[in-house]
Write a protein that binds this ligand. Sequence first.
Ligand SMILES: *[C@@H]1O[C@H](CO)[C@@H](O)[C@H](O)[C@H]1NC(C)=O
Ligand SMILES: [Ca+2]
Length: 208
Amino acid sequence: MSQNLIFLLLAILVVPGYCIIMPQQPPPQSCPGESNGNCERGWKNFTRPSGEWCMKIFYENSITQPTAEQHCQKYDATLSGLQNQMEAQYVISTVTRRIYPETGSVWVGMARRSFCQTVGLTEDCSWATSFQWTDKSATGTDGFEWTCNQPDNARGRSQQCGVLTVSSQGSVDGIQTGLLDDVGCEFDFIKNDKKERDIKAYICGKKP
Ligand SMILES: *[C@@H]1O[C@H](CO)[C@@H](O)[C@H](O)[C@H]1NC(C)=O
Ligand SMILES: [Ca+2]
């Protein structure tokens, strides 16, 4: 037997054996090369003017805003605001994929300012000034992308909280997808015949 043939036989026998003994590693949870900065595993990093910020989306149907806030605090976090459209897009695309084909709303860390509690849209209480971020990190108004004529403080001036509408369609129940609406912090979407806008998730955020 020539040396070449022995080598060939070895290659045929040994190489597949090696592949069976050493199976491929399962794929890592996040794509290689995709850093999450200084955030804990499972939290997504964003760079804000105020510093680094970590976000994680939690899924729970029909949860009220105060309960969602309590849940975030269990992770030493708080409901997250939206610094800009990059953060909003991250939330919208992640939740859309997760809940498809369902649609719904996501609690965002924002609150109506006290001087705007008893009015709708006015000069003083505008799209830019009616609400403020509550996460002590988000700043400015770039994240305030409201759906048409919002925030209107409708339903008897009861809309002190804010949600993002999520769906794979352009709108849900006349509310544009991917934009904010002000709603009551304990609004019952199902009882009010708005099941397709029911709460599906909330965004927690914290500093790394
Ligand atoms: C996350 O952190 C990494 C490493 O610090 C950084 O390169 C990346 O730009 C950050 N991502 C965002 C969206 O800010
Ligand atoms: Ca509203």
